[in-house]
Design a protein around this ligand. Structure first.
Ligand SMILES: C[S@@+](CC[C@H](N)C(=O)[O-])C[C@H]1O[C@@H](n2cnc3c(N)ncnc32)[C@H](O)[C@@H]1O
Length: 371
């Protein structure tokens, strides 16, 4: 999903692995990606790669980097890492070694030691050390960009914003393909992300602070120019409908949509999912039902999932249905054949986005339960 999104922004992917994609770029790209990416967690900017087989080599190599040219003199730094090798048991140790290398080098050049600690609101350095290979990056996002900053009212089990966006990217949602209907909307994340995408509102617009703002070479015009280039639409073509049985959920979703500047683009209604207004024509119906993380809940939910299947069959003909769930056993109760199954992690829970083609009667409905 991230690759798809980065490519759609016009970038050429140089490398792709489990944890990310690599593109080439400088200031403009760093700012652009932080502003626009919906499915990413952070944008790392490579400073240097080298080999190290001990914490002392890490220190020696990292001290050769001209940190005093990269980090503001009176700066504040924090170091995070991913380390997997035999030289290190406690990841706090390489963080400390790298931090020492930075502050010692800066003290030598500037005569001042920068402050350091665990706050992520200023200069962030990320260390990736796998076997002998070390990559040192600036984490130019700082606080994660997986949260898009508009959700002040969480309600029950809200989806992480980047995960909701990934579901929409996976479903190829855009403003030209009919309506987006989100029964069981909870705090409204899926509907809000759909509206943000339709109106071309980049998620970074809601943020005032990023890691890149605390690097030498940054001045405000870089950010304001990037913002000025964004062409936000006042009106969208499609209808976006969000409903929930719980009035508190609708209230939270409306509040969040207002903060995200898409309040007027979404039609909200407090109804059971079966009663959701279904506009004519094509569209996407996407639901994120609860999936019974606590004992005893699963039994009750079996009926709910079965009714979602009935709702798909009876009320959503001609649309594409999606269920995002962490419980594939419950999903079998839908009783429809899946067209695709996309694996996504929700924190530590292995989840699926299941796609169902809901034929409008002209084609025969295949109701064999297979997921
Ligand atoms: C897991 S939450 C959805 C979270 C949402 N994706 C978000 O990001 O906030 C499931 C929602 O389904 C709603 N719900 C449960 N049963 C329902 C029903 N029969 N009809 C409509 N909504 C229902 C709950 O009130 C809850 O808000």
């Amino acid at each position: 999903m991230l690759r798809k999104e980065v490519e759609s922004l016009g970038y050429r992917i140089l490398r792709e692995d489990k944890s990310g994609v690599t593109v080439e770029g400088g200031w403009q790209e760093v700012v652009d990606l932080n502003l626009k990416l919906r499915t990413a967690s952070r944008v790392l900017w490579l400073i240097k790669s080298f080999e190290a087989n001990s914490p002392d080599t890490l220190y020696k190599e990292a001290r050769k980097i001209p940190w005093h040219k990269l980090i503001p003199r009176e700066g504040y730094i924090s170091v995070q890492s991913f380390v997997k090798n035999d030289y290190i048991l406690d990841t706090r140790f390489p963080n400390l070694k790298l931090k020492d290398a930075i502050v010692d080098q800066m003290q030598e050049e500037n005569g001042v030691r920068p402050d350091s600690g665990n706050e992520h609101d200023r200069t962030n350095i990320f260390l990736f050390w796998y076997l002998n290979a070390v990559h040192v990056y600036f984490d130019t996002s700082g606080e994660t960009i997986a949260k898009h900053g508009y959700r002040k009212m969480p309600f029950k089990a809200p989806m992480l914003e980047s995960l909701a966006a990934a579901c929409l990217v996976s479903a190829d949602w855009d403003d030209q393909k009919g309506s987006f209907i989100n029964p069981m909307c909870g705090s409204g994340t899926l509907a809000i992300e759909a509206a943000l995408m339709a109106a071309n509102i980049p998620p970074g617009i809601f943020r005032k602070n990023f890691g890149f703002m605390h690097l030498n070479g940054y001045d405000d015009s870089i950010w304001t120019e990037a913002l000025a280039k964004v062409e936000v639409k006042d009106k969208i073509k499609s209808r976006i409908i969000a409903t929930d049985i719980d009035g508190m959920a609708i209230q939270a979703a409306q509040e969040n949509a207002k903060i995200a500047n898409v309040g007027k683009m979404i039609e909200f209604d407090k109804v059971p999912f079966e009663k959701t207004l279904m506009p004519e024509g094509p569209g996407i119906v996407m639901l994120n039902p609860e999936y019974g993380e606590r004992l005893g809940e699963e039994e009750q939910l079996k009926e709910v999932y079965k009714s979602i299947g009935d709702f798909f069959k009876q009320s959503c003909k001609g649309k594409t249905g999606y269920i995002f769930t962490g419980n594939t056993q419950l999903a079998k109760r839908i009783g429809l054949r899946t067209k695709s199954r996309t694996e996504l992690m929700n924190a530590r829970i292995d989840c699926r986005l299941l796609e169902y083609e809901l034929y409008d009667g002209s084609k025969r409905q295949d109701i064999r339960p297979k997921i």
